[in-house]
Design a protein around this ligand. Structure first.
Ligand SMILES: CCCCCCCC/C=C\CCCCCCCC(=O)SCCNC(=O)CCNC(=O)[C@H](O)C(C)(C)COP(=O)(O)OP(=O)(O)OC[C@H]1O[C@@H](n2cnc3c(N)ncnc32)[C@H](O)[C@@H]1OP(=O)(O)O
Ligand SMILES: Cc1cc2nc3c(=O)[nH]c(=O)nc-3n(C[C@H](O)[C@H](O)[C@H](O)COP(=O)(O)OP(=O)(O)OC[C@H]3O[C@@H](n4cnc5c(N)ncnc54)[C@H](O)[C@@H]3O)c2cc1C
Length: 646
């Protein structure tokens, strides 16, 4: 064990184990997660570091691993869905799996959209992995749902749907598992009796069940990408492919071609809402991994000098703390927001299953906004962590380049982040309702008292300094009032409309304000949820250290967005000047607990897969060993010497 890291752990002011319990949701859950993590000791899961393999080898290794995972799942008797997720997350490590889409999109779509008869047929096939599925929605030319071109036309004479991608732009593009899957849920515009009824989901067989040869369908892999090398994102061109009427999910077409309207057309989009909700938790996980690597490494790395003494740990540099500790605070904040998002998703989707759709718009808006907010922040955070590790952060052995490459498409998939932020119609609608005197419930209820509070541009000096920057509840209140930026967005729309612009143009001309409003709303939610969580934590030592992190999160956010807070007159210039001073004090308070705070995330070394983030801190000897395994070192003299240099 590296002596620096031992010393760091001795300095901790709280019980790391107890904090792990809080993050997991209780000691029993921690115990079970640790038991599940032991599967990594199974030699059948041994594999080559993917960074030493070609794309094709990586895909093959990933398919082998996916198949092993299924076999072992049965062997280990893991069947509870939450435990399966934990098991898969542990085994997957920092990379994706080729069967990922089957689990995260194909199966959930079947579960939520099959009727009884369809469930009887498809669920046994899909859960036994005879049917391997993907989710084919996006097309080469469009992602916007109303713009999708693939059609499904009902033919009552044969009781079939005819699926067609009539143009190049209508070819399905991006669905994972182009080579792996034999079925797809295909989203297509439904036509019956000559009329279009919008997007619906259809189950389409793509490949022969025994030989895996494609049916008369063009299907394949779209080629190498920025990351996602394990995943065979695919293309799919359908040329008048016929499928039985029974393959339409939720069955909205009667045998005579009559269309039966669903309770809400938006239920077809349910799987996207589910994944967006999951991505909030995934952001927390990846932010936590990145911080673990960067902070442990910063504790064992010595460089330059502060005083004329031996080189200090780089974690002692104030600038290093300023890079990493706000991200550490973010990792904690997002962990609690992830828990909230999962609970909210299951609560509201439970109501939806019971026929109560009243909270569907809120679920859509909250999951879209938080997905965008948390993935954007994490995406830039990973890169800050990588840079903070200097040259060794650039080595793939650090895992940070992989974490970035695998995570960054979360800002794009399941709805491009700007587009998701623009799903603020709900915010503007809520604002208008509140302004008209309606009492809002839930997370939007803060708009109820906006009329009295009225946040407007004020000369800051004209306002009394009501906010105590050391008081978290005051900070939450400031974020809440800043979230009333939605008022500016609504006003911008109004002004555009007064210029006789169409509603659509008024909306587009206010889009920057709308995204800002959405961002401010999400930021408020995160600060509030983090602060609310503190009241549940009884252990005084843990409460203290998490309160320090929450204060840092809130103040750092204000410092980054100082213009909003000043312009709205929420804080004065002298208060703004106090914030950097307070932030520096908070960095000092967090410093002794930094390593313990990342230890509490409790990532086993095999899951972290990072030489820099090793628990024992023995970085240098392992970096050397890792480099020796590089394929270029397989021979002392590389064949290129004989071919070209000699
Ligand atoms: C610890 C964690 C463990 C994690 C485990 C692993 C996690 C996973 C990891 C790794 C595997 C993942 C691998 C990659 C997977 C990627 C898969 C894909 O990417 S699949 C493709 C996604 N495609 C999109 O998302 C398109 C985005 N576009 C849209 O959704 C729509 O076009 C949108 C929302 C932008 C516009 O919707 P409109 O086309 O219907 O048009 P409008 O008129 O604007 O909306 C109509 C009304 O419907 C509401 N609406 C729209 N969507 C809704 C929804 N989903 N629910 C409820 N209402 C909705 C709207 O708010 C609007 O409401 P009003 O009329 O104003 O009241
Ligand atoms: C790794 C990966 C895996 C994927 N897996 C799947 C899958 O399994 N199944 C599937 O169906 N799809 C999948 N996708 C596709 C993914 O869902 C889309 O790429 C995503 O929804 C974004 O759409 P787009 O690529 O068309 O971007 P575009 O919408 O073309 O975005 C390009 C730019 O235009 C801007 N823009 C677009 N519309 C608006 C607007 N209304 N207002 C303001 N700005 C706008 C965006 O902000 C962005 O800056 C995957 C994508 C990736 C990268």
């Amino acid at each position: 064990m590296n002596p620096d890291i031992v010393k760091e752990r001795q300095n901790a002011s709280f019980d790391v184990q107890k904090l792990t319990y809080i993050l997991d949701g209780g000691p029993e859950k921690t115990k079970r997660r640790r038991e599940i993590s032991l599967v990594l000791n199974d030699p059948d899961f041994d594999e080559e570091d993917p960074n030493f393999l070609s794309r094709s080898e990586r895909y093959e290794q990933a398919v082998r691993k996916s198949a092993q995972m299924i076999l072992k799942l049965r062997e280990y008797g893991i069947s509870d869905p939450a435990e399966i997720n934990c098991y898969k997350s542990v085994v997957r490590g920092n990379f994706h799996e080729s069967l990922g889409l089957h689990y995260v999109m194909f199966l959930p779509t079947l579960y939520s959209q099959c009727d009884q008869e369809q469930s009887k047929k498809w669920l046994p096939l899909a859960t036994s992995f005879e049917v391997l599925g993907t989710y084919a929605q996006t097309e080469l030319g469009h992602t916007h749902l109303r713009g999708l071109e693939t059609t499904a036309t009902f033919d009552p004479t044969t009781q079939e749907f005819v699926l067609n991608s009539p143009t190049v732009t209508s070819i399905k593009w991006w669905p994972g598992a182009g080579k792996t899957s034999n079925h797809a849920v295909v989203l297509a515009q439904l036509y019956t009796r000559g009329k279009c009824h919008g997007l619906h989901a259809f189950i389409v067989q793509l490949r022969h069940m025994d030989t895996h040869e494609p049916l008369p369908i063009l299907v394949g892999d779209i080629g190498p990408k920025f990351g996602f090398s394990e995943v065979d994102n695919g293309f799919l061109k359908l040329d008048h492919v016929r499928i039985p009427r029974e393959n339409m999910l939720m069955k909205h077409v009667e045998p005579d071609g009559r269309y039966v309207k669903p309770a809400s057309a938006k239920l077809t989009y349910g799987t996207m809402v589910f994944i967006r909700s999951l991505l909030v938790g995934l952001s927390a996980l990846v932010m936590a991994k990145s911080c673990t690597i960067a902070i442990r490494y910063s504790a064992v790395r010595h460089q330059s000098e502060i005083r004329s003494e031996p080189e200090p740990q780089i974690l002692d540099y104030q600038t290093q703390q300023y890079k990493l500790f706000p991200l550490l605070a973010t990792a904690y904040a997002f962990s609690f927001v992830g828990q909230y998002m999962t609970e909210t998703y299951y609560r509201i989707s439970g109501d939806i299953n019971q026929g109560d759709l009243s909270e569907l718009p809120e679920l859509h808006a909250v999951s879209a906004g938080l997905k965008a907010f948390t993935t954007w922040t994490t995406n830039t955070g990973i890169e800050v962590c990588r840079m903070s590790c200097g040259g060794h952060g650039y080595s793939r052995s650090s895992a940070l380049p992989d974490l970035y490459a695998e995570f960054t498409p979360t800002c794009t998939y399941e709805g491009e982040n700007t587009v998701m932020m623009l799903q603020t119609a709900y915010l503007v609608k809520s604002y208008r309702q509140a302004k008209a005197g309606e009492q809002l419930r839930g997370i939007m209820s803060y708009l109820n008292d906006m009329e009295q509070r009225h946040v407007r541009a004020h000369p800051a000096s004209a306002r009394p300094a009501l906010v105590d920057i050391n008081d978290l509840s005051d900070l939450v209140e400031s974020y809440k009032l800043r979230a009333a930026l939605v008022e500016s967005a609504a006003k911008s729309i109004q002004q555009e409309l007064q210029k006789r612009r169409s509603h659509e143009d008024a909306w587009n001309n206010s889009a920057i304000d709308l995204v800002k409003a959405s961002d401010a709303h999400c930021h408020y939610m995160v600060v509030k949820l983090f602060t609310d969580k503190l009241s549940e934590i009884g252990d005084p030592d843990i409460n203290l250290v998490l309160t320090t992190l929450a204060q840092l999160y809130a103040l750092h956010g204000i410092a980054l967005n100082s213009g909003d807070f000043l312009q709205a007159g929420l804080l004065t210039v002298p208060q703004m000047q106090q914030i950097p001073v307070r932030i520096k004090e908070l960095l000092c308070l967090i410093r002794p607990n930094a390593v313990a705070l990342v230890d509490a995330f409790d990532f086993p070394d095999k899951v972290l897969s990072s030489v820099l983030g090793r628990y024992d801190g023995n970085v240098y000897e392992n970096l050397f060993e890792w480099a020796r395994r590089s394929p270029l070192n397989a021979t002392e003299v590389h064949e290129s010497f004989h071919k070209y240099l000699k």
